[in-house]
Design a protein around this ligand. Structure first.
Ligand code: BGC
Ligand code: NOJ
Length: 811
């Protein structure tokens, strides 16, 4: 069953009912100011950091689930309704929600009045714009009351949700004309406030939630709206809100627009006040002046659309498969941008409180984002490297606001260091900017100890080389990519964190997955050394990589697949000798991507085993058989009921690893099949089963052992986005940035006749035509550049041209 449809021309998903299987959300914002918005206008806004600078309040796990947002109430006689249905839930005569790239447009109608909410964050300003357009489609004059509503969060979302003994006394606001200023804590240590304004004269306002809603009412039936009259309340402590009341008279056929702006403003410390305890409104006035007219809003909206068109033009494909085009050209790249911005902080499943930017997450997100805005990728790499420790190990997370490592979690996730190599190599392959290697990066943010970035990479690699266990495989530490494989944890008490409890580095437990990463990213590091004249180091790295391959062949091969790990007792995990959890997906994907076992058939056998033992109709599960009981020596993985999350869920992130691995072996048919099974766009028709948004990946789909097999969870913030883009754009469609130029090496289904790709690479626009009339899965027979045949399949760097035509014939 579908709950909407894709509108590719407008790059939108159009939801046709407010009753989606779960709230289906979108993200507004591209740089510093962000909002989450659901199809019923729920969600919240923050500046830079979802934990520390949250403008509006949101209660997770609420009832109804999605409760709280930017709500606009229309009172039409005795009928009170919202264009997005929530929170009044008044049945609408028509409803649609268009989630587009960085904007959402919700339209509802009731009794011949149509109301549209257009919500977006302009490219250059720290605010969310909500334009409401009311249209009278009846044949008589209409008198309506329009009420706006947002509920302010007292900035620190953690504190806001817990420290009531203080916070019920701190709330402060100012109201001037049509503008409400939320200034809680501004009198003391904050230099910022929030502003909520409308471009029209108002009939009244409210800033006290109790006055507006009433102590015993809720969002669905605010007393002020029921009465058709604001209370003009000023909040003193308790719960500050922002609400405007506008009286609207509409002639038959007439339409009027109202521009609401919710903004974040900052003042220099010595210019905070214009009079005692009266905030300096200059930044607010400047911001609001930019969004007073429809022309101004139209222009900002157009800028946003142009921005996205420009970004997406970096990589566009045209194939016969409309769903594939839609994924690659629109939604996958969009999701890559969102994961790059958010890491795993704020979604409808991530509260924005717990994790800041993940080290491994951000490095992987960059793989899918680097072609879009390389300058931001560069900045991100440097921020990440600055948090690394001197021995090459890393914090697992850092806070976006302070850019400091998160000491609560600390380090000890032993895959983390190698992801930095992955990110930096991807950046340089995309841009050719080797100068980044000379950038001085700190250790643990101590800039007195800064060294060039290349030294950070060296230490990343060395960390793994020097932290190995009894089988010469890398020590796993607290966990590797699989946060729930906690082999040094041994937690017996509820509430202990599986990740941070126990010793960070057991001397025995090892990871074959990290071994695969070491081979893959060690090889990339050696290639980087080749490029920078570090010949001896390159040779040394290759020797180490070779040794690791031998270690994998000796101790990491189980007979028909790669072992997953060795636990703290030296017992194999992910082996046929195990009672449960005999085969895991991760080492099969990573080792084959790294090229381990390609020559002697192990890789082929491993991927066959994946197909035979882990494949389901909705994708490949993480492991089999699922753990049915808690294994204290394995940790969190066995804490989940069978089929959920890391315990044999379909963890979407590592499905593209298998797709990539299949292409390493030349299996284009299989690679595409693996891709297609988890791709949400192909699942649109079963949205009642899949439940999460059909336009973005979710982290996990319940596996075959789960009672809710096929049900998605944790949509949006997942490394699946970046890895899918990497798998599809580079490994399958085969456009691969290398240090020296663009390599074209497709591995596609043999039924695919051909396709064209437009790719901007280092300032040049390549128009690539792939001809597969030979119906092969892999292999470039010939290539021409601007009509002239060339040797091999790497397009050498081009000078003095802006456009280049490339024709690639497979065979
Ligand atoms: C989840 C993982 C997550 C980890 C780290 C676990 O509870 O299952 O998916 O990566 O926590 O926060
Ligand atoms: C989600 C985390 O964000 C990611 O870092 C991790 O690799 C996966 N879960 C698997 O545990």
């Amino acid at each position: 069953m579908k709950f909407g449809h894709f509108d590719d021309a407008n790059k939108e998903y159009v939801i046709s009912t407010p009753r989606t299987p779960l709230p289906w959300i979108n993200y507004l914002g591209s740089q510093d100011f962000f909002s989450l918005i659901s199809n019923t206008a729920g969600g919240y806004s923050f500046y830079k950091d979802a934990k520390l600078l949250r403008l509006t309040r949101y209660r997770y796990n609420n009832c109804p689930l999605d409760n709280g947002g930017r709500y606009y109430y229309i009172k039409d006689g005795d009928t009170i309704w919202n264009p997005g249905w929530q929170p009044t839930q008044t049945e609408l005569d028509s409803y649609s929600c268009r989630h587009g790239l960085g904007y959402t447009i919700i339209t509802g109608s009731k009794n011949q009045i149509e109301a549209t909410l257009q919500a977006f964050v302009p490219i250059h300003d720290n605010c969310e714009i909500n334009r409401i357009i009311l249209t009278n489609n009846s044949s008589s004059q209409q008198h309506l009351d329009l009420f706006s509503f947002v509920e302010f969060c007292l900035w620190n979302a953690q504190d806001d949700a817990s420290n009531f003994q203080r916070n019920f006394s701190t709330g402060e606001v100012e109201v001037l004309g049509n503008t409400i200023y939320h200034k809680t804590e501004y009198r003391e240590r904050r230099n910022h406030y929030a502003v909520y304004s409308v471009n029209r004269d108002i009939a009244g306002f409210d800033t006290s939630r109790e006055a507006f809603i009433g102590l015993y009412n809720g969002f669905a039936n605010p007393e002020a709206v029921l009465a058709g009259e604001s209370r003009n309340s000023i909040a003193h402590g308790w719960q500050p809100v922002g609400s405007h009341h506008l009286k609207v008279d509409l002639a038959p056929g007439a339409s009027e627009s109202f521009i609401f702006v919710l903004g974040y403003c900052e003042n220099p410390k010595d210019q905070k006040f214009e009079a005692p305890n009266v905030i300096n409104k200059k930044p607010a006035n400047e911001l609001l002046a930019k969004y007073q007219t429809d022309e101004q809003v139209d222009q900002a909206f157009q800028e946003l659309k142009d921005y996205w068109s420009r970004l997406l033009s970096t990589y566009t494909v045209h194939t016969d498969d409309e769903k594939l085009n839609r994924l690659v050209n629109i939604w996958n790249q969009y999701q890559c941008m969102v994961t790059f911005n958010m890491s795993r902080s704020a979604s409808y499943f991530e509260s924005g409180l717990g994790r800041g930017m993940g080290f491994r997450d951000s490095c992987q997100d960059l793989l899918g984002f680097v072609h879009l805005i390389p300058e931001r990728a560069r900045e991100r790499i440097i921020d990440i490297a600055n948090t690394q420790f001197e021995d090459g190990s890393t914090y697992h997370q850092y806070q976006p606001l302070t850019k400091k490592g998160n000491a609560d979690i600390g380090g000890g996730f032993n895959d983390d260091p190698l992801w930095l190599i992955a990110a930096v190599c991807a950046y340089i392959r995309e841009t050719g900017d080797f100068s980044i290697l000379d950038e001085k990066c700190a250790f643990d943010c101590d800039f007195s100890r800064a060294v060039p970035l290349i030294e950070h990479l060296r230490r990343s690699f060395r960390f793994t080389s020097t932290h190995r266990g009894p089988h010469s495989l890398p020590l796993i530490g607290r966990a590797d990519w699989n946060d729930c494989l906690n082999l040094n944890c041994f937690s017996e008490e509820p509430g202990e964190s599986f990740q941070t409890f126990g010793p960070s580095e057991g001397p025995v437990a090892e990871s074959v997955f990290i071994a695969g990463m070491y081979v893959k990213y060690g090889t990339e590091y050696a290639e980087l050394c080749d490029q920078t004249g570090l010949d001896e180091e390159a040779a040394e790295v290759r020797r180490n990589v070779k040794e690791m391959e031998t270690a994998i062949e000796d101790a990491g091969w189980d007979g028909s697949w790669f072992v997953r790990a060795y636990d703290a007792y030296g017992k194999a995990v992910g082996s046929h000798t195990c009672e449960e959890g005999q085969i895991y997906i991760e080492p099969q994907g990573m080792c084959v991507m790294a090229g381990v076992g390609v020559d002697d058939g192990k890789a082929e056998t491993a991927l066959k085993s994946v197909e035979q033992k882990l494949e389901t109709k909705y994708g490949i599960v993480l492991l089999q058989p699922a753990y049915t009981k808690y294994h204290v020596e394995l940790g969190e993985i066995s804490s989940y009921p069978p089929g959920y999350k890391e315990n044999a869920g379909i963890f979407c992130h590592n499905n593209p690893w298998i797709a990539c691995a299949e292409t390493v072996l030349g299996h284009g048919n299989r690679a595409f099949e693996v891709f297609r099974k988890t791709c949400p766009i192909y699942l649109e028709d079963i949205s009642e089963i899949h439940r999460t948004e059909p336009y973005v990946y979710c982290q996990m789909v319940a596996g075959i052992d789960a009672p809710t097999f096929g049900e998605g969870k944790n949509s949006w913030l997942t490394g699946t986005a970046a890895w899918t883009f990497t798998a599809m754009s580079q490994y399958i469609l085969g456009v691969q940035p290398t240090f020296h130029g663009l390599k074209i090496d497709p591995c596609i289904p043999d039924t695919m006749k051909g396709y064209t790709i437009d790719r901007t690479f280092r300032g040049v626009r390549y128009h690539i035509t792939v001809d597969n009339s030979a119906h092969v899965q892999k292999g470039v027979k010939s290539m021409t550049i601007d009509g002239s045949p060339v040797e091999g399949n790497v397009i050498p760097p081009v000078q003095d041209k802006t456009d280049v035509n490339v024709v690639v014939t497979l065979g």
